[in-house]
Design a protein around this ligand. Structure first.
Ligand code: PXL
Length: 275
């Protein structure tokens, strides 16, 4: 048997299948990699309460045990984090990355779920910034999260995004991708890549209707899949933008509240794998 490229996600469960660990594993598969997962939280969304999210964190020791199981098979080529649920879990992830000298680390600093605009847990947001950003090969905040991490608050323009990217890079992330997506005004979905020296803007026409639940997780997971396959960061981000755009374009309406992306969208449209 030939060798297998291994990827890992440390993230929460989104039973609706578009975001979270489900998004990550589906995306890892599309990138031809073998995906491992350590579950950190279980999220439910209540149709009787306007799709209100509830987040149930898992004990940090149990997250550590899952990671031990996974790493007993040797190192992974690339990993990502998603919703982490508690400061203790963030500390477990920090120790794991350091102890294994893990390369290709994508930190998706999940603070909110779509449709909710309050930081789920402010202590966790600080811990992600202080403990994980310095270990990140790439950090992938959405517009809201970039405003929090940078301390700049609400970001409304591409120039705001650039200022935030500079600040987030200064905190220690080697590369910054701000997933503006459809959040800026105008008819383009705009994502910004900053490597500490140069900005690259990735722009596509906004897709309507946008079935984009899980788009952020999927974008970050796709970057992880690209890195595992040996792409450099800029190439991985460019591929990930194509991947997530097709995933949104082929998303569907799950119920009256939410429409998830479809992770096989790129492959089904192009009749070819993304890599
Ligand atoms: O999209 C952010 C997100 C991340 N992780 C989990 C989620 C969500 C949003 O629903 O449920 C587990």
């Amino acid at each position: 048997m030939g060798s297998v490229l291994k990827t890992l996600t440390v993230a929460g469960s989104d039973s609706s299948g578009g975001a979270g660990i489900q998004a990550d594993l589906k995306t890892f598969e599309e990138y031809g990699t073998y995906g491992f997962s350590a579950l950190t939280t279980i999220v439910t969304m209540d149709p009787d309460q306007d799709w209100h999210h509830r987040v149930y964190p898992i004990d940090a020791a149990l997250v550590a045990e899952q990671l031990k199981t996974i790493l007993a098979g040797g190192p992974v080529a690339a990993m990502k984090t998603g919703m982490l649920g508690s400061v203790e879990i963030i500390q477990v992830v920090e120790s794991m990355i350091k102890a294994n000298d893990q390369q290709n680390v994508v930190i998706d600093p999940v603070m909110v779920c779509k449709g909710e605009d309050e930081v789920l847990n402010p202590d966790s947001a600080d811990a992600i910034r202080d403990l994980l950003l310095p270990l990140a090969t790439v950090v992938t905040p959405n517009l809201f999260e970039a405003g929090v991490l940078s301390g700049l608050g609400k970001l409304s323009t591409l120039d705001d995004m650039k200022q935030a990217a500079i600040k987030i890079h200064e905190i220690g992330a080697q590369n910054v991708v701000i997933k503006g997506g459809k959040a800026l005004d105008g008819d383009h979905a705009i994502d910004l890549y900053y490597d500490g020296q140069e900005f690259t803007v990735f722009e596509t026409q906004k897709i309507e209707p946008a079935h984009n639940h899980g788009a952020g997780c999927t974008f970050a997971a796709a970057i992880t899949g690209g890195l595992a396959n040996g792409l450099n960061v800029k190439e991985a981000v460019a591929k990930a933008k194509d991947f997530v755009t097709e995933a949104i374009a082929s998303g569907y309406q799950f119920n009256e509240y939410v429409g998830p992306v479809f992770h096989a969208g790129y492959r089904l449209k192009h009749k070819a794998n993304i890599l």
